[in-house]
Structures are given as C-alpha cells and as structure tokens.
Design a protein around this ligand. Structure first.
Ligand code: NAD
Length: 481
C-alpha cells in the first residue's frame, strides 16, 4: 500500500498529527493508499516556507521560471502511463480517459503557462503633456490552490502552473478523494530540482486542511474549483482577510438541438457530454433540449447509442463508464433517480446501480440513465447531479428554449447545435453561461477565459485571465520635461 506524504520545502513529511486517512479505489471499494490528515499546523509550516521562497522565486528570470514549468510538463508527458494508471485507480475513470484527457491536459497546462509567461506583456497608456502610464504586474505572494476530485491532476496543474509562472509560491490542496497523482507530481518536482518551498502540497480534509489554508492570514489569494456550497464558504472565510479569490463552481448545462442541426453529430456529442467521466464533469450537458419536430428521431438515435455504452472495469481500455467517485456520491446520485421517479418523471433508460463480481464487487457503478418528462423546475432539471444522468426535454422555438436554458441558478456552459449561422450567434448571445459551444463540446483553447456566471463562479481563469488573476497590477504614472 502506498503511503502518501505532504510535500513541504522539497521534503516528504507526515502530518504534525501523524493521523492518516485511507484512500479508496472506487471501482473495488478497497484501500489503495493512505495520506496525511493535515491540519492548521501543517498549513502554517508550508506557508512559512512558501513565504521564505517567494523572493528568490519571484526574482528568478522569467525564462528560468518558465523552464521549470516546461520541464515539469515534459516529465508528466514522459510518465503519462504511470500517472494515468494512478488517476484511474484513484477516481474510477476509464484508463483511456485518464490518458487522453487528464494526463495529457496536465502536461499541456504546465507547458502552456511556461510559454505564456515568456510572451506576456503589459499595458502602456499615453496622456497629453509629456505624461504616460505603464502597468507593472507583480506576483501576489503565497497562493492557495484548492482542487476537486473529478479531474485531479488536470485541475491542480491548471492552478499551479499560472500561479508559479507569474512568480508566486504555492500551497496546493488536492481533494481528499484523489490524492495520488498530486503525490506523483511532487516526486517529479523533486526529480527536476524545482527550488525548495516553491510548490508545497498538503493533503487532508476540506474542513481541516482546506479551511486552514483559506483562513491563513499570510495567504492573500485563493483559487478554488469545486462545489458551489463550498465556494460560498470559501468566499465567506476569505472575506476575513479580504483575499483575492477565483471560484470555479458547479454547472447544470444545457445542450440545445435545433431542427436544422446535423442530428448524428448532436447525438454523438450529447452521448459524450452526458456520460463522459460518468457525468462527473462540471461542463457535462445534463439537460438536453431538442426541437419538437425532431425530438422523437433524436430520442431513438440517442437511446440506441446509450444502450451500447459499457459500464465496468476502469482499467479495461474498452470501458465507456467506470465507477462513481465514492460510496457517498453513488448514494447521492441514486437518490436523484429516486426523486425523479417520485416527481413523476420517466426513467426511459438505465436508472439502476450495476453489480459486479470479482475484483469490482465492492465498486460504485451506475448505469447511464436517461430521464424524460421531468418538470422544468424539478430537481432533475435544476440541481447539479454530477452523475451519468441526463434529462431529455423538447421545445417549440428559440425564445422558449432560451428561457428554459437560462432557468437555473447556474451559468457555466451551453452547447448549441444548429446549421443556421445567424441563429447560432443570436442564441449564443442570449444564454447566461461563461462558455458557449456551437456544434461541439469540451473543446478547450487554454488562451480563452474560462469560468461561470451566477452560482457557477466568480472570475475567469485561462490565458491572460489567469496571468492577471495571479498578479497585482501596479500603475506607474510618469511625467517628463
Ligand atoms: P468540493 O467543493 O466538495 O471540494 C473541492 C475541494 O475543496 C476539495 O479539495 C475539498 O477538500 C476542498 N474543501 C472542502 N471544504 C472546504 C472548505 N471549507 N475550505 C476549503 N476547502 C474545502 O467539490 P468536489 O466534490 O471535490 O468537486 C465536485 C464539484 O466541483 C462539482 O460541483 C463540480 O461542478 C465542481 N467543478 C467545477 C469546475 C469548474 O471549472 N467550474 C471543474 C470541476 C469541478
């Protein structure tokens, strides 16, 4: 069994309490590793060393800092097989997905921000009368990076990379459900001789280690990806020390399919957006709206493909859906299916847990599930389920579907399927969401702003938005004779 340790000042340490937490493989229900149950003392230690390392890291040349990030990214690429296998046993996600999406993107995050910082620039504003302004962008200090379990290394590196690139030092707090790839990352940091104290990784519970990080007075900036309710707590706790915060939260995203769309494309993409990673992606399209006159045709084609999806061993390259992240989450998702039935909706496909024999006997598996006739205000169409559950709905016209799409507290993303150019742009303009995809889904360019409206978050990350978030802008006004 693997023993994960905190990574502080370039050393591997147990927590000050010596307490450990078991890490479970959700596909088997078996313990695969233990990790430290860290508390405020461990956070304080890490903050101390991150503060000490700040000046020398910030004063390194941009090229040298970028070099470390690019090296980390390259090492992730070299170790992709080991990292993907670790991600799969930690999360229960299919191995192909870990390779193609999680680990590949983790490497890209580091390489992208390593290059982005080299090509970064800042503003210059000329005034009349021999006066001009220029903007300095300076690192903020010690950054707290808090990540969720659904894309563990992918989202951790999405935060660490720009924070380090801009000259900050970092305390990273991975999810207590998926600590393992962060530990492998710390080993890679050691291998490439990343300067000590620049990146520190602390494991533990959100309510203990996470909260201590957010409350620490010497951590002036927090970037958080996770659930909306946790985001609200983080905002409240950050307010005590007036911290800079970025919150990337939940979603309840619509897929909107007009009658002029390429129906086969819409079906194929909707299969992915409904069930990829067992529906445990914040960007999943969990509400499908199809124009009335093609609804039946779409439904037949969609269900035919859902029936072909395989649920099973995440380590098998042919598996489409692996396990749910934990027993608690499995129960929560099954509870939503029960609630949908009680609210009068119809389960037209799936709806059951999946039992297995052999090594997967203790795993948490659910069938891909399609629900019809759910009321627009029902839980199934309002709450973020974060599981392999999608609702099928129909609409009459543009106005009707825009109202339905916007009828949730969330505003993270939406996908629109149409071949009418004017309609595509018109509807994109009217949907309340931070990302709109047209005839596609989950296509990500790391330069674009990423984030959500309403209860899906505060602020944007990605490209220049990340580089700005992790820096303080300073205006210098110059008058010359
Ligand atoms: P979560 O909010 O339970 O936990 C996220 C992280 O916050 C974990 O590391 C946890 O330990 C920590 N945490 C928990 N309580 C804390 C506290 N009081 N103070 C500080 N840290 C605390 O979320 P989760 O269940 O891990 O992730 C699933 C959620 O994340 C979903 O809602 C999903 O939509 C969202 N998500 C959003 C995005 C996005 O980019 N918008 C991406 C991925 C996931």
């Amino acid at each position: 069994m693997k023993k994960i340790k905190n990574y502080i000042n370039g050393e591997f340490l147990e927590s000050s309490t010596k307490n450990k937490i078991d890490n479970i493989n959700p596909a088997t229900g078996k313990i695969i590793s233990t990790f430290p149950r860290s508390n405020h003392n461990d956070i304080a230690l890490a903050v101390n060393v991150a503060k000490k390392s700040f000046l020398s890291w910030k004063n390194l040349s941009t090229k040298e800092r970028a070099g470390y990030l690019i090296k980390l990214g390259e090492e992730i690429k070299k170790n992709a097989n080991e990292l993907a296998a670790a991600e799969t046993i930690d999360t229960g996600k299919p191995i192909q997905l870990s390779k193609k999406m999680d680990i590949s993107r983790s490497s890209k995050n580091l390489i992208y921000f390593g290059n982005a910082i080299i090509h970064n620039s800042s503003e210059f504003h000329k005034m009349d009368n021999n006066t001009f302004n220029y903007t300095l962008r300076q690192p903020v200090g010690v950054v707290g990076c808090i990540a969720p379990w659904n894309l563990p290394l992918y989202l951790l590196t999405w935060k660490i990379a720009p924070a380090l690139a801009t000259g900050n030092t970092v305390i990273a707090k991975p999810s207590e459900l998926t600590p393992y790839t962060a530990y492998l990352l710390s080993k890679i940091c050691k291998k490439i001789n990343l300067p000590k104290g620049v990146l520190n990784i602390i494991y533990g519970l959100g309510s203990e280690a996470g909260e201590a990080l957010v409350l620490h007075k010497d951590v002036p900036i927090i970037t958080f990806t996770g659930g909306t309710e946790t985001g609200k707590k983080i905002m409240k706790n950050s307010a005590r020390n007036l911290k800079k915060i970025s919150l990337e939260l939940g979603g309840k995203n619509p897929n909107i399919i007009f009658d002029d769309a390429d129906i086969n494309l819409a079906v194929d993409i909707s299969i992915k957006s409904s069930f990829l990673n067992q529906g445990q992606i914040c960007l999943c399209g969990s509400r499908i709206y199809v124009q009335k006159n093609i609804y039946k045709k779409f439904k037949i084609k969609f269900l035919r493909k859902v029936k072909k999806l395989t649920v099973g061993d995440p380590e098998d390259i042919n598996t489409d859906l692996g396990a749910m992240i934990s027993k608690d989450h499995f129960r929560k998702v099954m509870g939503f299916i029960e609630k949908a039935k009680q609210e009068g909706a119809s389960i037209i496909q799936g709806g059951n847990s999946v039992s297995n024999d052999g090594k997967l006997k203790g795993g948490f598996f659910i069938e891909p599930t399609v629900i019809e006739d759910a009321d627009i205000n029902s839980e199934i169409n309002q709450k973020e389920i974060f599981g392999p559950i999608v609702s099928l709905n129909y609409f009459d016209n543009e106005e009707d579907v825009i109202n339905s799409a916007n009828n949730t507290n969330y505003g993270l993303s939406a996908s629109i399927f149409t071949n009418d150019l004017n309609r595509a742009h018109r509807v994109a303009n009217l949907i309340d969401a931070g990302t709109i995809w047209i005839n596609t889904w989950l296509l990500r360019d790391l330069r674009v702003p990423f984030g959500g409206m309403k209860h899906s978050g505060i602020g944007r990350e990605g490209g220049i938005d990340s580089l700005q978030f992790f820096t303080e802008s300073k205006n210098v006004c110059v008058k010359y004779e």
